[in-house]
Write a protein that binds this ligand. Sequence first.
Ligand code: DSN
Length: 428
Amino acid sequence: MSHDPIADSVLGLLRARDPQAADILAHEQDRQATTLELIASENHVSPAVMHAMGTCFTNKYAEGYPGARYYGGCVFHDQAEELARERARALFGCKYVNVQPHSGAQANASVFLALLKPGDTFASLVLADGGHLSHGLKVNMSGKWFNPVHYPLHYDQSHPQFEQIDYDAAEAICIEHKPKMIMCGYSAYPRVIDFARFREIADTCGAILMADIAHIAGLVAAGEHPSPFPHCDVVTTTTHKTLRGPRGGLIMTDREEIAKAIDRAVFPGMQGGPLMHVVFAKAVAFGEALSPEFKTYQQQVVKNARALADALAKRGYRITSGGTDNHLMLVDLRTRDADLTGADAEHWLERAGIITNKNGVPQDPRPPKVTSGLRLGAPAVTTRGLKEADMETVADFIDRVLASKGDDGVCAQVRADVKATCERFRLP
Ligand code: DSN
């Protein structure tokens, strides 16, 4: 049993109607309740957001937009979507939003459909050094049908911004290739993004400037990371990472002509019927994000990420770029043990109840399925209520497991300690 009576009643209903599905759900509930989630892109939503998703809004087609639907019976769907739009505009301080993208990748694909033609050149960060597959991976639509050019980090160890974005190199690449669009915003970049500098670069080469703030959206909404507005022409995000909403996407802009093109690209260009139960839950999550508690939460996320990075650095792990300004860090495992790989670390830590993902470090010589690094983030453990001092404990758990090379006995001891920690810091 959890302490969420609605979740318990759903499980009870399933136990009576579909025991096979009930077993799977019970195991996943238990897994989330008894493990520490350090994947930087994951979080635990509030019961209000969770259960707003499991409502009768799932029963309805609402293709189109508020006031202009292709189905009858959409009065309350219009109200739900308007509420989500209004709250998102207030949260990010922008003029237009589209709340229908099913995911961040769909949001990004919709931007390509709206603003570029197949074959157009766009610029994004070297993907292996922190980018996202929808920013030009060869096997993704963005890399198959468009022409990505990539800008680098500083790779010279003696540079004061080692492993941070090399804005001058980005400018030179954009002047040389004249991309139609420049993408900034990343999946594994621990530092502040200088949107104003990217605006200068975009103006130098006449490019559209797009930010994908999927990772940092909660920080941006709470004022804990500079806003992409007014610098960026179009901004995409997911709603489920630091923003702590339901799993989905969002597109924002201040420019009316871009807003119109985006609306046409999302529907009917990219998607059919919106997931209105998710749109409804987005409205609920944006309402939560407008509260003062959300700002305090984001401040704690940043403090916890720094504390965890410092605690790991003290134990001999190199934190890429020398630290973190946001909710995540990339841990270079090789300084603790030259043979340690991200794949082994992820596997051993999971056995001890600590959930992470292997991740390449900048210029990683190992392939993506092995890697030399771990990406760790503080959003989910901060939601549970852990504070800076607890990050020492978490770093200690991690180091015990990795120093033992995943020894069965050590993993079992740490698993018990993690469970006890999870008992003290319960899920929302
Ligand atoms: N897959 C997500 C992440 O983990 O960062 C990005 O969309």
